[in-house]
Ligand binder design. Structure first.
Ligand SMILES: Nc1ncnc2c1ncn2[C@@H]1O[C@H](COP(=O)(O)OP(=O)(O)OP(=O)(O)O)[C@@H](O)[C@H]1O
Length: 324
């Protein structure tokens, strides 16, 4: 018997739209898998199918070998967290967290609520009104509420995407810690690859309902299985072995592979190749300088500040190896 969650050749259709198209993946106990993909790639639909909110047209979803097709949503014992916290507005924070603990006695509920608040970094929040919470606090409480009854798995559907960037990064790190500390088996849906890499052990990349690649973050970053996956991860220009070496790269590319150039693949270097600057834009941390490579492709190099002048000198120091 295989333990944990197993999705086999799952297909979900909405009328003539095939939203999930033959996806197979496993989530072993205590592991966190991210479903990553652009809007409309079928991430939420797959998560909803695992939760029991959408029926499969074919394929199966199993837990510890048991087919869940006839197991109703609330009997699956999966915790759900959505983009908007969906807390009960008339209840206190404490009552929200205790919601799934109705079979526990009062004292045990109180202890569990306090434990969960400690876990999500909001100790002492029991008597707060949920209408007075910030967006980030509300998501922490939603997480505490889902984890309180110790579900056998947690299903998170873009839980951080309504938050601003800085907060999202911090909460992603907290979420990763919380899931690991509690050995929670989880699926985390996101369209943000940085968030997927922070939260998950394994990342499944979806496009148009199909699973393109499932791997750990390092393997995904270094060896994306196709140019589509590479492009989605931010590798937007692709060069041959010869071109890479002309840009100063010293690595070796296998036959039939190209090197994807992402935001950290090029550096400014006075001894490097001179290329025209085509645009410059600020990010939170630095400036992204758009440059035109010798073959006309646009690539990006990060710099601490805007550059003056029409050209910069760059050197290629890394990239993603992917089939041509
Ligand atoms: N209730 C529905 N009825 C009909 N089509 C739907 C429904 N929900 C989703 N779809 C379609 O199924 C496909 C997958 O949608 P889904 O919401 O699963 O994608 P997603 O990757 O989660 O996207 P997003 O990041 O925008 O939420 C899309 O083509 C979408 O238009």
């Amino acid at each position: 018997m295989v333990s944990g969650l197993e999705v086999s050749d799952a297909v979900v259709r909405y009328g003539s739209v095939t939203a999930v198209d033959g996806v197979t993946l496993a989530v072993p106990p205590g592991r966190v898998v991210a479903l990553l993909g652009p809007s409309g790639s079928g991430k939420s639909t797959l998560l909803r199918a695992v939760a029991g909110l959408e029926p499969l047209a074919s394929g199966s979803i199993r837990w510890d070998g048991e087919d869940l097709a006839d197991v109703k949503v609330h009997r699956r014992n999966f915790g759900l967290v959505f983009q908007d916290a969906q807390l009960f507005p008339t209840m206190t924070v404490g009552r929200n967290i205790a919601y799934g603990l109705s079979r526990w006695d009062r004292a045990a509920q109180r202890t569990r609520v306090a434990e969960m608040l400690e876990l999500v970094g909001l100790p002492g929040f029991e008597d707060r009104r949920v209408t007075e919470l910030s967006g980030g606090q509300a998501q922490r409480i939603a997480l505490a509420r889902s984890l309180a009854p110790s579900p056998r798995a947690l299903l998170l559907d873009e839980p951080l995407s309504a938050l601003d960037t800085g907060l999202r990064r911090r909460l992603a790190e907290d979420l990763a810690r919380i899931l690991r500390e509690t050995h929670t088996t989880a699926i985390h849906v996101t369209h943000d690859h940085q968030e997927a890499f922070t939260v998950a052990d394994t990342v499944a990349v979806l496009q148009e309902g199909r699973l393109l690649q499932i791997d750990d973050p390092d393997a995904l970053r270094r060896t994306p299985s196709s140019k589509d996956v590479a492009a989605f991860l931010g590798f937007r220009a692709f060069v041959t072995h010869q071109q890479a070496h002309e840009l100063g790269w010293s690595g070796t590319l296998p036959v039939g592979a190209v090197l994807g150039i992402g935001p950290s693949s090029l550096v400014l270097d006075d001894t490097g190749v001179e290329v025209p600057v085509v645009d410059q834009g600020y990010t939170v941390e630095d400036v992204e300088i758009g440059v035109r490579l010798p073959d006309g492709q646009r690539a990006v190099v990060s710099a601490p500040e805007r550059v003056e002048g029409p050209t910069v000198r760059v050197r290629l120091i890394g990239g993603a190896v992917t089939p041509a």
